[in-house]
Design a protein around this ligand. Structure first.
Ligand code: NI
Length: 388
């Protein structure tokens, strides 16, 4: 594997940064310690500019190449936030904060991009500008959108943007991506059902909210199977059904909560409309009322077909052609890097993390073995997209 000596030499140092971040996880926009460390290191590396507070707690570093004739500007993004889980790894660098842990490897993403920033600021072997982007609140509170809305792309003149996520189950030394939709749009919904409460022995004098809610669950599950083109991807899961307290009372109200995952804007729009229609009309058929609140969390993560090969080629420079799956299966998880890919063309890539616990699991830990591979990917991407 052609890892540059100068990047291999950073392995121990970047691992120490990663483990320190791991021991001190922070959630959503509340990543003050992490963002402070990132900004301090970017300044120490000699970045030409370091800007904090973009998208509330996001940090951006500007690194000019040895030459600037190309006028080209490329954005590289990492996420900084952890998850509200209690870590059970028992590792020496395990979380020191009860109920919070880096269970998605964003500690590793941040450390690898810092490593790349250090290398790029030292070598500057490119023509143009590299912008390193550290975003908060990837886990559901739309930190990516917050940075874009705060003028990230315009302010730094970013022309194309790239992101990377570790992938448990993908062997170390492999990358995977695809042109087009890679991760799903995520929508969450709540359905409030109101029937007519009453005595369990006199259902004819009530409207049975539990029965109506059960019918809505079943009817909603016909949307994907009967209304969506079988060749398109969609998932609707109802993960919470809350109603009633005791066996001999028909409750007045009940509530369903669920999520919708899609890879296509038209399918997404249709499901939002149909979910509301089905819930309302099924409830109405039984004399009850359903109220649907639908929240769009993140859009589809779409890799630009013209830019995906640049990411794949950079990965191949690190791990060889055989190490890059250029047509991986899309997945139904979501990513708020999608907001950056809506603003500028670019690509998101998965880096193999080997056979570890899955992300969002309390036994998960980022695999430090992949640090030189990830740092090299960022370095090669900049040097190949902005050749000196
Ligand atoms: Ni993640």
């Amino acid at each position: 594997m052609p890892i540059l000596n100068s990047i291999a030499a950073l392995h121990e140092e970047v691992t120490a940064w990663r483990r320190d971040l791991h021991a001190h996880p922070e959630l959503q926009f509340d990543v003050h310690r992490t963002a402070g460390i990132v900004a301090e290191k970017l300044k120490a590396f000699g970045c030409d500019d370091v800007v904090t507070g973009i998208g509330r707690t996001g940090v951006v570093g500007v690194i000019h190449g040895r030459a600037s004739g190309s006028g080209r500007v490329i954005g590289l993004r990492a996420d900084m936030d952890a998850l509200p889980l209690h870590e059970i790894t028992g590792l020496p660098h395990a979380s020191t904060v009860a109920g919070k842990m880096h269970a998605c490897g964003h500690d590793g993403h941040t450390a690898m991009l810092l490593g790349a920033a250090k290398y790029l600021a030292e070598t500057r072997n490119f023509d143009g500008t590299a912008i390193v982007i550290f975003q908060p609140a990837e886990e559901g509170e739309k930190g990516g959108e917050a940075m874009v809305k705060d003028g990230l792309m315009e302010r730094f003149g970013i022309q194309e943007v790239y992101g990377m996520h570790n992938a448990p189950g993908l062997p170390v030394g492999q990358f995977a991506l695809r042109p087009g939709p890679l991760l799903a749009a995520v929508d969450n919904f709540t359905i409030q059902i109101e029937g007519k409460g009453g005595h369990a022995a006199r259902p004819h004098q009530a409207v049975d909210t539990i029965l109506v809610t059960a019918q809505i669950v079943i009817a909603v599950q016909s949307i994907v199977s009967r209304n969506i083109d079988p060749l398109k991807n969609a998932v609707i899961t109802i993960g919470a059904f809350n109603g009633g307290t005791v066996g001999n009372v028909i409750p007045q109200t009940a509530e369903l909560r669920g999520t919708v995952r899609t890879h296509d804007g038209a399918v997404r729009d249709f499901i939002e409309k149909q979910l509301k229609h089905v819930a309302e009309t099924v409830a109405s058929a039984y004399g009850a009322k359903a109220t649907v609140v639908h929240e769009r969390v993140v859009p589809v993560t779409v890799n630009d077909p013209a830019h995906t090969p640049h990411a794949a080629d950079a990965a191949a420079l690190v791990v060889g052609d055989a190490g890059v799956n250029r047509d991986t299966m899309p997945i139904m998880g979501g990513e708020d890097f999608s907001y950056m890919l809506e603003a500028r063309p670019g690509a998101f890539i998965f880096i193999g993390q080997g056979d570890t616990a899955p992300v969002h699991h309390p036994a998960y830990d980022f695999n430090d073995e992949i640090i030189p591979i990830g740092v090299s990917y960022w370095a090669k991407l900049v040097e190949s997209r902005l050749p000196a």
